[in-house]
Design a protein around this ligand. Sequence first.
Ligand code: FES
Length: 135
Amino acid sequence: MSGVARRTVVAAAGGAGLAMALTACGGGGDGGTDDGAAEEGGTLARTGDIPVGGGKILADKGLVITQPKAGEFKAFSSKCTHQGCAVSGVKDGAIVCPCHQSHFDISDGSVKSGPATAPLPPEPIQVVGDAISLG
Ligand code: FES
Protein backbone atom coordinates (compact mmCIF):
# COMPACT_ATOMS: atom_id res chain seq x y z
CA MET A 1 0.00 0.00 0.00
CA SER A 2 1.45 3.32 -1.02
CA GLY A 3 0.18 5.02 2.14
CA VAL A 4 2.44 2.90 4.26
CA ALA A 5 5.44 3.61 2.08
CA ARG A 6 4.81 7.34 2.23
CA ARG A 7 4.47 7.27 5.99
CA THR A 8 7.80 5.48 6.23
CA VAL A 9 9.49 8.13 4.11
CA VAL A 10 8.08 10.95 6.19
CA ALA A 11 9.17 9.29 9.41
CA ALA A 12 12.67 8.67 8.09
CA ALA A 13 13.10 12.24 6.93
CA GLY A 14 11.59 13.69 10.06
CA GLY A 15 9.59 15.96 7.80
CA ALA A 16 12.51 18.34 7.44
CA GLY A 17 13.39 17.36 3.92
CA LEU A 18 9.84 17.67 2.77
CA ALA A 19 9.44 21.02 4.47
CA MET A 20 12.54 22.32 2.79
CA ALA A 21 11.31 21.08 -0.57
CA LEU A 22 8.01 22.85 -0.05
CA THR A 23 9.75 26.02 1.01
CA ALA A 24 11.82 25.96 -2.11
CA CYS A 25 8.73 25.63 -4.26
CA GLY A 26 6.47 28.11 -2.52
CA GLY A 27 8.67 30.90 -1.29
CA GLY A 28 11.30 33.23 -2.55
CA GLY A 29 14.73 31.78 -2.93
CA ASP A 30 16.55 34.46 -0.99
CA GLY A 31 14.75 34.40 2.35
CA GLY A 32 17.71 32.92 4.16
CA THR A 33 16.61 33.83 7.66
CA ASP A 34 13.17 32.37 7.08
CA ASP A 35 14.43 28.89 6.48
CA GLY A 36 14.88 27.99 10.13
CA ALA A 37 11.41 29.14 11.01
CA ALA A 38 9.97 27.31 8.06
CA GLU A 39 11.55 24.10 9.26
CA GLU A 40 10.33 24.53 12.81
CA GLY A 41 6.79 25.19 11.72
CA GLY A 42 7.09 22.93 8.73
CA THR A 43 4.97 20.16 7.46
CA LEU A 44 3.79 17.78 10.14
CA ALA A 45 2.07 15.32 7.88
CA ARG A 46 0.36 14.92 4.54
CA THR A 47 -3.39 14.82 4.36
CA GLY A 48 -3.12 11.42 2.67
CA ASP A 49 -1.34 10.04 5.74
CA ILE A 50 -4.32 10.70 8.00
CA PRO A 51 -7.10 8.15 7.54
CA VAL A 52 -10.70 9.41 7.36
CA GLY A 53 -12.38 8.52 10.62
CA GLY A 54 -8.99 7.95 12.17
CA GLY A 55 -5.77 9.71 12.91
CA LYS A 56 -2.05 9.55 13.32
CA ILE A 57 0.14 10.02 16.38
CA LEU A 58 3.16 12.26 15.92
CA ALA A 59 5.03 11.16 19.01
CA ASP A 60 8.05 13.40 18.44
CA LYS A 61 5.77 16.46 18.15
CA GLY A 62 3.51 15.56 21.03
CA LEU A 63 0.54 15.70 18.70
CA VAL A 64 -2.20 13.57 17.30
CA ILE A 65 -3.77 14.63 14.01
CA THR A 66 -7.19 13.31 13.11
CA GLN A 67 -9.57 13.45 10.18
CA PRO A 68 -13.05 13.00 11.64
CA LYS A 69 -14.68 13.67 8.25
CA ALA A 70 -13.18 13.72 4.79
CA GLY A 71 -11.26 16.95 4.38
CA GLU A 72 -11.64 18.02 8.04
CA PHE A 73 -8.44 17.87 10.04
CA LYS A 74 -7.96 18.37 13.77
CA ALA A 75 -4.97 18.20 16.05
CA PHE A 76 -4.70 17.64 19.77
CA SER A 77 -2.00 17.28 22.35
CA SER A 78 -1.00 13.63 22.57
CA LYS A 79 -0.49 13.94 26.33
CA CYS A 80 -3.29 12.19 28.15
CA THR A 81 -5.12 14.44 30.60
CA HIS A 82 -5.39 11.64 33.14
CA GLN A 83 -1.81 11.09 34.26
CA GLY A 84 0.17 12.37 31.33
CA CYS A 85 0.93 9.25 29.32
CA ALA A 86 1.34 9.67 25.59
CA VAL A 87 -1.67 8.41 23.68
CA SER A 88 -0.65 5.54 21.49
CA GLY A 89 -3.23 4.99 18.83
CA VAL A 90 -6.47 5.88 17.11
CA LYS A 91 -9.14 3.24 16.88
CA ASP A 92 -12.87 3.24 16.13
CA GLY A 93 -13.13 7.03 16.16
CA ALA A 94 -11.23 7.39 19.41
CA ILE A 95 -7.75 8.40 20.47
CA VAL A 96 -6.60 5.80 22.95
CA CYS A 97 -4.29 6.13 25.93
CA PRO A 98 -2.45 2.89 26.67
CA CYS A 99 -1.94 3.51 30.38
CA HIS A 100 -5.50 3.24 31.66
CA GLN A 101 -7.48 3.03 28.40
CA SER A 102 -9.00 6.49 28.31
CA HIS A 103 -10.66 7.16 24.96
CA PHE A 104 -10.96 10.63 23.41
CA ASP A 105 -13.20 11.63 20.52
CA ILE A 106 -11.25 12.30 17.30
CA SER A 107 -13.54 15.21 16.35
CA ASP A 108 -13.11 17.37 19.46
CA GLY A 109 -10.81 15.56 21.88
CA SER A 110 -13.60 15.08 24.40
CA VAL A 111 -13.55 12.12 26.75
CA LYS A 112 -15.49 9.14 25.42
CA SER A 113 -14.48 6.96 28.32
CA GLY A 114 -12.27 7.52 31.35
CA PRO A 115 -10.59 7.49 33.73
CA ALA A 116 -9.60 10.83 32.13
CA THR A 117 -12.18 13.56 32.76
CA ALA A 118 -10.73 16.44 30.72
CA PRO A 119 -10.53 16.60 26.93
CA LEU A 120 -7.28 16.53 25.03
CA PRO A 121 -6.30 20.16 24.38
CA PRO A 122 -6.69 21.19 20.74
CA GLU A 123 -3.65 22.37 18.80
CA PRO A 124 -3.96 24.84 15.93
CA ILE A 125 -3.05 23.50 12.52
CA GLN A 126 -3.43 24.67 8.98
CA VAL A 127 -3.79 22.68 5.81
CA VAL A 128 -2.29 24.07 2.62
CA GLY A 129 -2.69 21.79 -0.33
CA ASP A 130 -1.92 18.39 1.13
CA ALA A 131 0.50 19.69 3.75
CA ILE A 132 -0.56 19.91 7.38
CA SER A 133 1.47 22.26 9.57
CA LEU A 134 1.11 24.08 12.85
CA GLY A 135 -0.98 27.14 12.28
S1 FES B 1 -2.65 8.36 31.82
FE1 FES B 1 -3.97 8.11 30.10
S2 FES B 1 -5.59 6.93 30.91
FE2 FES B 1 -4.30 7.22 32.63
